[in-house]
Design a protein around this ligand. Structure first.
Ligand code: NDP
Length: 307
């Protein structure tokens, strides 16, 4: 095979996510038929941030489309922390609500960590609660953050057994990098977590059979940082000026990941594009987590949602 033809397989997160949503929707139909149980997701948004408004509308529509109950609570920017905590307490006590999601970012006057920790852990479908972080760390069943959960599903779909593979994760946030490390450890990978203080990041990345980029820096990871044939999961979502200078001058933008896609695709074995890679898995896993939370609330074993 000629080297010039070497090109990674794009990992079609959009198609995989559509399949997962279909499996969740079918499981929800059976849950209703057998147990008269409809999973319910409450999404809380505070303030008018336009991007957050779009995300919340999208989540509501997708939840309904999957056959679940969707409640959206829109609160004004002036909402106090006490008012928000009162709403969370009400939702915690509501038997028809199995998942609670507070859209981030919250206004600066509100302590986001305190709000997230007020959500009942068994309804914490984002998986951000300290109890769920602890459960993941010790290998107990809990609710796992959606983006890393979806990323590992894609990896298993592409690679099958991940045992013994070297995984390098660039980024150590509580919502992506750290839970990703726990999930890959549980899959028996040898895991390295890199961050802004890591030395010789390119050399670390070159050791990776699985390279996960969760940095938030556009196209930081270059093609020559990638081991030939590696599987690359690009979690990053960065808005940059359009590549077309005329459109850029008009203020038009495009989305890019944390990995320089064209360079990386020439070396990697498989890679997630941005958009259309990890992004669609996040909402699909939110629906899956809501289904799982509803089953557990009634003492039922959730059906397997594996492909
Ligand atoms: P954070 O900003 O919370 O964390 C970024 C991490 O990257 C930190 O650990 C930081 O290190 C590390 N980092 C920053 N600069 C460098 C550098 N130069 N070299 C090495 N490491 C560096 O981001 P998130 O984890 O929340 O998100 C990461 C990306 O993923 C973003 O682009 C975000 O938009 C995207 N995202 C996408 C989602 C999806 O649905 N696809 C969902 C969530 C996030 P340190 O800890 O030392 O500061």
């Amino acid at each position: 095979m000629s080297d010039t033809l070497a090109h990674a397989d794009p990992i079609d997160g959009k198609a995989f996510a559509a399949g997962l949503v279909e499996r969740v929707s079918a499981a929800v139909v059976r849950l209703k038929a057998k147990h008269d149980l409809v999973p319910g997701l409450a999404v809380v948004i505070v303030g008018e941030d336009p991007a957050s408004q779009v995300y919340v509308r999208n989540k509501g529509e997708r939840t309904l489309a999957a056959g679940m109950r969707s409640d959206t609570h829109r609160l004004p920017e002036t909402t106090t922390q006490a008012e928000l905590l009162d709403l969370i307490a009400e939702l915690n006590a509501d038997d028809g609500i199995h998942g609670i999601l507070v859209q981030l970012p919250l206004p600066a006057a509100i302590d986001a960590a305190a709000v997230l920790d007020a959500i009942a852990p068994d309804k914490d479908v984002d998986g951000f609660h300290v109890v769920n972080a602890g459960r993941l760390a010790v290998g107990q069943p809990g609710l796992v953050p959606c983006t890393p959960l979806g990323s590992v599903m894609l990896l298993k779909d592409v690679l099958g057994d991940l045992s013994g593979l070297n995984a390098v994760i660039v980024g150590r946030s509580n919502i992506v990098g750290k839970p990703m490390a726990q999930l890959l450890l549980a899959e028996n990978c040898t895991v390295t977590v890199a961050h802004s203080r890591s030395r010789d990041l390119p050399a670390l990345c070159r050791q990776a059979d699985i390279l996960v980029a969760a940095v938030g820096r556009p196209e930081m990871i270059r093609g020559d940082w990638i081991k030939p044939g590696a599987t690359v999961i690009d979690v990053g979502i960065n808005r940059v000026p359009s590549a077309d200078s005329v459109k850029a001058a008009e203020g038009r933008t495009r989305l890019v990941g944390d990995v320089a896609y064209a360079e990386a695709a020439a070396v990697a074995g498989a890679i997630t594009p941005v958009p259309g890679g990890v992004g669609p898995m996040t909402i699909a896993c939110l629906l899956a987590n809501t289904y799982t939370a509803a089953c557990r609330a009634k003492g039922l074993e959730p059906e397997s949602l594996a492909a």
